[in-house]
Design a binder for this molecule. Structure first.
Ligand SMILES: Cc1ncc(COP(=O)(O)O)c(C=O)c1O
Length: 409
């Protein structure tokens, strides 16, 4: 088995060589990852060489357009979807908002949508507000003990009036990786669309979206080593079926129908940086020749293996500590390294401040998974501590976290 070369990986992230960040351990990756050097280099190059309106004939403009097109093609290939099925918008929240406006026009009163209470609000509120149009909104609820979603509970909600189900690939608080294919199959059997939030999953390895069977799949590139952009897959047939949300003269252009906000050209071009990084990771560990599917699968495995090794000791510590309430699975299987917990006798906000004094950047609060934190009976004003890491995290940083937790708890 090839293991991740952490020295190589960390050499690709300018933050690890940044003097002002020395001694700081980044454990808020689920909020936003460090950017790889390739992203920063593409942004810099675009702003210096091609920061003009793209897609005209003059050289700087033509090059800018080519770079933007290449970014989309390369990322679409990595995700195993058509280039015309991938769209960039300002953020995932903005992308779900636009798609909800399309459903607002498409659905009829009495038809139903299902949301979960495990999701980030970006994949709940916009759909819930369809109630204004007489759409019935049902909630697929987590088990309040385990914080897990059970597909059989969804089955009980699905019916011939269900038009769409919005759920998360991986919760940004629970960390559980939901069985997306099993769920999308259930949804399709009942004739509805599956809208999947992949924001918390994708930093750990961008998936083969076609294999997941989602009709809409969303994620945020600023958590995947890239710029502050939302990426959205929309199934080609669904794109054609839903009412367009852009300018009227773009109504027949699939690539412009659901991105009414003008995209940030430099950031789109810099998605090439994320792809350069992914390819460099593959090449460094496995050599140069393989199909895109093979490269994507190999990089996912490298990330996953490295994260799993670091996740187990942290889970051991938290499950064995008598005053810690760990949210979600106690073992790494089926779990992302996004670990939320509360501690009896400590306010989460105060604990986060103490961890910060020890050079540890952790998150605290409800992370916009407001409904989930409430359903788990946790004080919404204080919330949970969230420690989240990715493949570039080192064993030393995990040790720093464990030693500090051991000292202050
Ligand atoms: C799971 C999840 N979904 C959606 C979002 C919203 O993404 P964006 O900030 O791109 O709107 C976030 C942001 O933190 C998230 O964690």
């Amino acid at each position: 088995m090839t293991t991740l070369d952490l020295d190589f990986i960390r050499s690709q992230f300018p933050a690890f060589g940044e003097p002002s960040l020395e001694g700081f351990a980044h454990f808020e990756n689920a909020g936003g990852s460090y950017a790889c050097r390739q992203t920063a280099e593409w942004l810099d190059r675009f702003y210096r060489q091609t920061k003009v309106q793209p897609y005209y004939d003059f050289p700087a403009s033509a090059t800018a357009g080519e770079q933007m097109d290449a970014a989309k093609q390369r990322m679409a290939a990595w995700l195993n979807v058509g280039t015309d099925e991938l769209h960039f918008g300002p953020s995932t929240s903005q992308n779900t908002y636009v798609m909800a406006q399309a459903l607002r026009q498409e659905l009829k009163p009495g038809e139903e949508v299902i949301v979960t209470n495990q999701d980030h609000e970006a994949n709940i509120g916009v759909w819930s507000r369809l109630e204004d149009e007489g759409i019935v909104v049902r909630e697929w609820k987590v088990d309040p003990e385990t914080a897990e979603l059970h597909p059989m509970d969804l089955e009980a909600l699905l019916n011939p009036r269900t038009r769409a189900v919005a759920f998360t690939h991986c919760s940004n608080v629970v960390g559980s990786i939901n069985p997306v294919r099993e769920i999308t199959d259930l949804i399709h059997e009942s004739g509805a669309w599956a809208i999947v939030d992949g924001v918390s999953f994708c930093p750990h390895g961008m998936p083969d979206i076609s294999a997941l069977g989602a009709d809409i799949y969303l994620f945020s590139l600023y958590k995947v080593y890239g710029p502050h952009l939302g990426a959205m897959y929309i199934n080609r047939d669904l794109n054609a079926e839903l009412p367009y949300q852009g300018h009227f003269f773009n109504a027949l252009n699939p690539e412009a129908r659901f991105t009414p906000a003008g995209p940030d050209h430099a950031q789109i071009a810099s998605v090439n940086g994320v792809m350069d990084y992914m390819e460099a990771v593959y090449e460094h560990h496995h050599g140069a020749s393989a199909s895109v599917e093979q490269q994507a699968a190999a990089v996912r495995d490298l990330f996953r293996d490295s994260e799993t090794t670091l996740l187990e000791p942290l889970l051991d510590f938290l499950t064995e500590h008598p005053r810690v309430r760990l949210i979600g699975k106690t073992r790494a299987a089926g779990r992302a390294p996004t670990i939320a917990f509360t501690v009896d006798g400590h306010r989460s906000t105060e604990l986060a401040a103490k961890l910060s004094e020890h050079g540890l950047g952790v998150g605290v609060g409800h992370f916009y998974a407001f409904r989930l934190v409430e359903a788990l009976g946790i004080d919404i004003d204080d919330g949970v501590i969230r420690t989240s890491f990715v493949h570039y995290t080192s064993p030393e940083e995990i040790k720093q976290l464990l030693n500090t937790l051991d000292t202050i708890l």
